[in-house]
Every structure is written in structure tokens, then in C-alpha cells.
Design a protein around this ligand. Structure first.
Ligand code: PLP
Length: 389
């Protein structure tokens, strides 16, 4: 049987992830220092793990409500109220999901009709475009530039909006650039969304990982709560990638629509992860701040090291990525990454994996030990020096 002919055209149309492809090569090699991974190198704080074990001992092994445990939704509502002054009803405005990944997929499937256009500022997280395509929508990439440190502008958005545009997806702090949007700039984006009557999906999974001022929650801007679908989760800030737990917040009718899909597909997020997430929100802040302190130290190390190696980069203000330009070397992003891997055994991700305007850049993650980073920076410096000879 020819299976490729039977696979849905939507699935056939999405390219394999540029990150995955690269890491298949890395997994076959020894002694590679990887700056490629997009997940914390920390283990989930012990008290969070312990709460899950305790829950198991107490026999919490069942399904939960489709929405997720009410106790968890109450903690999530409290978090957003305390941090940003934005009020959500835990009973009908919050859906607990299997990571932000599921929330993103549900949001697209609940919203999009065939032909609906979705503005996606690039460079961006690789799943945005794929989820839009799989839901029958049309991703419309909006290129950003180094001049504005990859923060999207209203002018850039205006140039791509059409009468078919339904939605804008933003993700700040940004993967892969580390860019953070100041409040004034987000207010301009809010004005744009209002003018064109767009819904905004705001992926704030890195919201707790900022190094220079506090994150602004898009839904907390004046008049934005009702048109925003706020996505957040536990993977990055609490080092909980493997637990698969996140959430969506928004208008009750829309949350009901997402839940309708979720109840037939996932039913609910794992109860073990939900119990751990309650503990994370109740007592995890100290551990988060310790990790943020460590990331900030590494961020400085990376900035200095990359500058010393002769690679220009702007100062990232959030997440755990840095996005240096490799244009000076004359190599493409892919050639730079492949040659560096081969010559110096350092893995990073070619910038074009995150959109066309990422060409000429590479993504380095500093979610690895400072010893690893120091060694990787030396190897990168040697590599760049040899190229310039
Ligand atoms: N959003 C962004 C911007 C990410 O970088 C990632 C993972 O790398 C995700 C969402 C996926 O998060 P989760 O582990 O909650 O599914």
C-alpha cells in the first residue's frame, strides 16, 4: 500500500521540524555540547515532585473534570490576578491542557475556518504555523528585523493584514530570539488588533523568565481581555517539560468550544501533573527565582562570549535563548550550524528553522551548565576565527 498518497494533504504540506532534523544528526554523535535544546536543564524542584508522589500514595489516579481540577484553576486565576491584575473566573474561563502545545492546537481548531488567515510574526516557535495549517487556516508570516530586535511593529502587521485575517499569534518573551515586548509596544499591537477586530493568541509560556523588568500580560491591557486567548504553562518556568501541563484562558464561550474538542480527544490533562502544578503555583516561586538568577548569569556569559567571538547579537531580555548574527562569516545559517557541529562538536539551531527572516542567525539556548557554555563559547570562537582567515 502506498501510504504517503493516503495521508491527509494538510499533514503532507507541513515541513518536518528544522530542529528535529538537526537533532537527529546530533543524537548519532559523541561528546557534543548542545546549545540546541529548548528545555530547562534543571530537574523539577523536589517539593513539586514530592507532591505528585504524595498524590499517588493518596490514590489520586483518576480522570479529572474536562476543565482540570478546580483547585488548580483557582491557583491559576490567583496567579494572573496577583501578577497582572487581570481577573478570570476559574469555573468557566480556564481550561487545563496537555501543555501549551495542546492549548495551541485546540485554539486553532476551535477558531479557524478554511481560508482564515493568521498573522504570525517571525522568527517564532515552530508549532504556530503547523497548528494553523492543520486546522485549515492560512499562516501569514510577518517578518521582523534585527533593527527592532525582532519585536514586531504595527507597520509590519499592517502590511500583511487582509479582510480574511482573523487572528494574530504573538509569543513574548520570544523563542527563538529572547525578545521581550515593552508595555507601550504591546499597547500599539492592541490598537492594531482592535482596529481590525482580530483575536489575539498570546503565548506567554516564558513570561516568568525575564531579566530586565516584568513581563506584560497581553490580556491585562485595557479592553484586551475579551479578545485575547492567553496560553501559559509549567514547562519552562518550573522545569516541568515532561509533565505535559499547561492552560488556556479566555472568553467563556471560547473556552467551552476548546473544551468540547478536548473532552473527545484528551479528556483531561494527567491528574499527577495537575497535582504537581498546584504545588508549583503555591510554593514554587522561590525555585523559579533561583533558576531565573542562574539563567541571567548564563545570559551575560553568552553575550560576552559571543561578542568576543566576533558574532554580533542584541541583548535578549527573556526566555533562555540568544540569537547571534552569523552574516559576517558569509555562511548560511544551516552551513554555519553544520560546519560548527562537524568541526567543533557544538550544536545550535539554524535561525531559518524559525522563519525565513531567521536566515543569517542561529539560536543558542543557555539552558545548560555554565561550564558547558564556557567550553562551547571557546569552540565557537576558534571556529569563527578559522573562518575569517
Ligand atoms: N510555546 C513556546 C514558545 C515554546 O517554546 C514551547 C516549547 O518549546 C511551547 C509553547 C510548548 O510548551 P509545552 O511544553 O507547554 O507544550
Amino acid at each position: 500500500m502506498n501510504w504517503s498518497e493516503r495521508i491527509s494533504p494538510a499533514v503532507n504540506s507541513i515541513p518536518p521540524s528544522g530542529i528535529r532534523r538537526f537533532f537527529d544528526i546530533v543524537s548519532e554523535m559523541d561528546d557534543v555540547i548542545s546549545l540546541g535544546v529548548g528545555e530547562p536543564d534543571f530537574i523539577t524542584p523536589w517539593h513539586i515532585r514530592d507532591s505528585c508522589v504524595d498524590g499517588l500514595h493518596r490514590g489520586y489516579t483518576s480522570y479529572t473534570s474536562n476543565f482540570g481540577l478546580l483547585e488548580l484553576r483557582e491557583e491559576i486565576a490567583r496567579l494572573k490576578q496577583n501578577e497582572f491584575g487581570v481577573t478570570y473566573n476559574p469555573r468557566n474561563e480556564i481550561l487545563v491542557t496537555v501543555g501549551v502545545s495542546e492549548a495551541l492546537d485546540l485554539a486553532m481548531r476551535a477558531l479557524l475556518c478554511p481560508g482564515d488567515e493568521v498573522l504570525i510574526p517571525e522568527p517564532c516557535y515552530v508549532s504556530y504555523k503547523a497548528c494553523v495549517t492543520l486546522a485549515g487556516g492560512i499562516p501569514v508570516p510577518v517578518s521582523t528585523t534585527l533593527e527592532t530586535e525582532f519585536r514586531v511593529t504595527v507597520e509590519q502587521l499592517e502590511s500583511r493584514v487582509t479582510p480574511r485575517t482573523k487572528l494574530l499569534i504573538i509569543g513574548y518573551p520570544n523563542n527563538p530570539t529572547g525578545a521581550v515586548m515593552p508595555r507601550e509596544e504591546l499597547e500599539k499591537i492592541a490598537g492594531f488588533a482592535k482596529k481590525h477586530d482580530l483575536i489575539v493568541v498570546s503565548d506567554e509560556i516564558y513570561g516568568k523568565l525575564t531579566y530586565d523588568g516584568q513581563h506584560t500580560c497581553f490580556a491585562s491591557l485595557p479592553d484586551m481581555k475579551d479578545r485575547t486567548i492567553l496560553l501559559d504553562g509549567f514547562s519552562k518556568a518550573y522545569a516541568m517539560t515532561g509533565w505535559r501541563i499547561g492552560y488556556a484562558m479566555g472568553n467563556p464561550d471560547f473556552i467551552a468550544a476548546m473544551t468540547k474538542i478536548h473532552q473527545y480527544t484528551m479528556l483531561c490533562a494527567p491528574i499527577t501533573a495537575q497535582i504537581a502544578a498546584i504545588e508549583a503555583l503555591r510554593r514554587g516561586e522561590k525555585a523559579v527565582q533561583q533558576m531565573v538568577g542562574e539563567y541571567n548569569f548564563r545570559r551575560r556569559l553568552m553575550l560576552d562570549g559571543l561578542h568576543n567571538a566576533g558574532l554580533a547579537c542584541f541583548e535578549p531580555k527573556g526566555a533562555f535563548y540568544i540569537f547571534p548574527s552569523i552574516k559576517e562569516t558569509g555562511l548560511s545559517s544551516l552551513a554555519f550550524a553544520e560546519q560548527l557541529l562537524k568541526a567543533e562538536k557544538v550544536a545550535l539551531v539554524p535561525g531559518d528553522a524559525f522563519g525565513i527572516c531567521g536566515e543569517g542567525f542561529v539560536r543558542c539556548s543557555y539552558a545548560t551548565s555554565s561550564d558547558n557554555l564556557a567550553e562551547a563559547l571557546e569552540r565557537i570562537a576558534c571556529f569563527v576565527k578559522r573562518l575569517s582567515r
